[in-house]
Design a protein around this ligand. Structure first.
Ligand code: ARG
Length: 264
C-alpha cells in the first residue's frame, strides 16, 4: 500500500470507530479484544482545560455528534487536524465547557470557514487546520502555539485530552486526559517507517509498552506541553497497543502558517 493511502486508512476511523467503539478497520486486531476514547486515561474537567473544544459533526454516527477534538487559540479560532476538516463548514459545531457530550450546557458555535494545510495528503505530516467560529468564545482562556521545534525532545511530559474512544477504559463521550511522554522521532521513524512518519512535522508520544494513548475521536485535539499547544492528535495503528504509539502533528513546524490563519 502506498504510504499516503496507508495513512488515509489509519485516519479513517474518525466517523466510524470514533463513536461506535468499533475497532478501526485498519488496525491489527488487539490481542485483548476491542479497545476504544482516550485509552487508559482519567476523567478530566473542561473547567480545568477550558481551551479544549469538542468538534461535533452532523454526519457523526454517534448520537452525541462526537467527531473530533480541537483547541481554542483565539476567541474565534480553533486548531484541529486537517483530516477532521474535510466536511462542509456548516456541518460542524464547536462546544466549549461540556464534559459529557450527551449533556447540554457550555458554549456552542457554528463554523464559518475552514483552512486546512494544503500540503496535507500530498506530503507526510501537515495534519493541521484552523476553523473560524461564528460565535467567538469570548473570555475563554486560549492556548498559545508552541513555536520551538526543540520542544519535541524525548522525555518531555506532554498530556493529551479528548472525548474519543476509550476501548472500555472509561465512559463514552466523556472528557478524559492521559499523560503522553514524548518518545522521540527516532522511535516512530523506526516503527512507522512504512507509514511515512514525518520527523520534521510529527511528534511521537506515548508508551512503547502501550496501555495509554489517544484514540479514534480524539483526533484534532490538544497535546499540551508547558501550557502551550504542542501537538494535534493525528494517527496511530490501533490505540494503546505496544510498539504503536500515538502520532501528533508538530505545531511548532506549522506555527507560522497557523498563526497567519489565526490572525486573519
Ligand atoms: N485518527 C484518529 C481520529 O481520527 C486518531 C487516532 C489516534 N490514534 C492513536 N493511537 N493515538 O480520531
Amino acid at each position: 500500500m502506498k504510504a499516503a493511502l496507508a495513512r488515509a486508512v489509519l485516519m479513517a476511523g474518525v466517523l466510524t470507530a470514533a463513536s461506535l467503539g468499533a475497532v478501526s478497520a485498519n488496525a491489527a486486531p488487539a490481542p485483548d479484544g476491542p479497545k476504544t476514547r482516550i485509552v487508559g486515561g482519567e476523567l478530566a474537567k473542561t473547567a480545568d482545560a477550558p481551551w479544549a473544544i469538542a468538534l461535533n459533526n452532523s454526519g457523526s454516527p454517534s448520537p452525541s455528534g462526537q467527531y473530533c477534538g480541537s483547541t481554542l487559540v483565539a476567541a474565534n479560532k480553533i486548531v484541529t487536524a486537517a483530516h477532521c476538516a474535510t466536511e462542509a463548514a456548516s456541518t460542524y459545531t464547536a462546544i466549549q465547557g461540556r464534559d459529557k457530550l450527551t449533556d447540554t450546557g457550555g458554549k456552542t458555535s457554528k463554523i464559518t470557514s475552514i483552512w486546512a494545510d494544503p500540503e496535507y495528503g500530498k506530503s507526510p505530516g501537515h495534519d493541521v487546520a484552523v476553523m473560524t467560529l461564528a460565535t467567538p468564545f469570548e473570555g475563554v482562556p486560549t492556548l498559545a502555539l508552541e513555536t520551538s521545534t526543540a520542544a519535541d525532545t524525548a522525555g518531555a511530559a506532554s498530556v493529551v485530552y479528548g472525548w474519543g474512544a476509550t476501548e472500555g477504559t472509561g465512559p463514552a463521550d466523556t472528557f478524559q486526559k492521559v499523560a503522553a511522554p514524548v518518545l522521540g522521532d527516532a522511535y516512530c521513524s523506526d516503527v512507522y517507517a512504512s507509514q511515512n512518519y514525518s520527523a520534521a512535522g510529527e511528534i511521537c508520544a506515548g508508551y512503547k509498552e502501550g496501555g495509554k494513548d489517544s484514540c479514534q475521536g480524539d483526533s484534532g485535539g490538544p497535546l499540551v506541553l508547558n501550557g502551550r499547544l504542542f501537538g494535534v492528535v493525528s494517527w496511530g495503528i490501533g490505540c494503546a497497543d505496544a510498539g504503536n504509539p500515538g502520532v501528533y502533528a508538530e505545531v511548532a513546524t506549522y506555527a507560522a502558517a497557523l498563526q497567519a490563519q489565526i490572525d486573519s
